[in-house]
Design a protein around this ligand. Structure first.
Ligand SMILES: [Mg+2]
Length: 279
């Protein structure tokens, strides 16, 4: 656990954990890669940090928390990696896809011109990906340069931008930057996913979003705009400029946060607090 939380961060967390006391179905919204699990060149090797699966299992078994993963991956990849006692709801492809706990799935509709453009680029990138790792997603084309030398990374990035940026001018398509890559895509972003989840949740449900990457910034902003009790958490070894209200370092900061969450939702209700809330 990071020892040097500043006063503002400590106060924010304390207020937030207090709001969990007696709350109906608080929302625990988590990114996966870099947040619950360390990065791996082969993304199927990215398993949760030690102890994280156990802590999430306890939270899930409690049945007091609405646990949801919001990831850039296709949603179907998450439950087999997490291996919790029950499947969790997953919003995949940065929010364009929703996988329910019963296995049913919803995919956002995309404009046909945008889909045709993505098909054209897929075809080109399958033949030649500038030395980078091309990832083909149902709603996007993605280029990764993690693991390359700075010189190679620069080359891949320049070539990819020259291809993606003109396409991003098209209606329905947008660029999504992340650390060591860029995605050209259609559909809602993680902020849109947070908005949609909160809209369907209990009014005034406390909300946390925890993420590490640039793609999580829209989710931090969506959480920060809420009237509900909330906190946005950057989970990252090294601090960077962010809209998140609190910075924690994985994996210790993550384990600490999950333990505190579990304690807070199970704290015996405080009758004075309830009286005050009842006005
Ligand atoms: Mg991440």
């Amino acid at each position: 656990m990071r020892q040097d939380l500043n006063q503002r961060e400590a106060d924010q967390l304390e207020d937030f954990f207090c709001s969990l006391n007696g709350a109906k179905a608080p929302l625990l919204l988590l990114d996966y890669d870099g947040t619950l699990a360390d990065f791996r060149i082969n993304r199927f090797d990215a398993r949760p940090w030690a102890g994280v699966r156990e802590l999430l299992s306890i939270i899930q078994k409690d049945n007091r928390t609405r646990l949801t993963i919001i990831t850039g991956r296709p949603a179907g990849e998450i439950n087999p990696m997490l291996q919790l006692p029950e499947p969790v709801e997953v919003w995949g492809l940065h929010g364009a896809e929703r996988l329910f706990t019963d296995g049913s799935r919803e995919m956002q509709e995309a404009p046909p011109e945008a889909c045709a453009k993505l098909d054209e680029l897929r075809e080109q990138l399958r033949h030649y990906a500038f030395g980078g790792l091309f990832e083909d997603k149902p709603n996007a084309v993605v280029m990764h340069w993690r693991g390359h030398t700075p010189r190679q990374a620069k080359h891949i990035q320049e070539k990819t931008r020259a291809m993606f940026e003109p396409a991003a001018e098209m209606s329905g398509l947008s660029l999504l930057e992340f650390e060591a890559g860029v995605e050209l895509r259609v559909g809602r972003d993680k902020g849109g996913a947070v908005d949609a989840i909160v809209e369907q949740a209990e009014p005034d449900a406390p909300v946390v979003y925890v993420g590490d990457d640039l793609t999580d910034e829209s989710a931090f902003c969506a959480v920060n705009r809420l009237q509900n009790p909330h906190v946005s958490v950057l989970m990252r070894r090294v601090w960077r400029q962010t809209a998140a209200e609190v910075w924690l370092q994985p994996p210790d900061g993550l384990r600490w946060f999950l333990r505190e969450w579990e304690k807070a939702v199970n704290r015996p209700s405080d009758p004075f607090r309830q009286l005050l809330a009842a006005g």
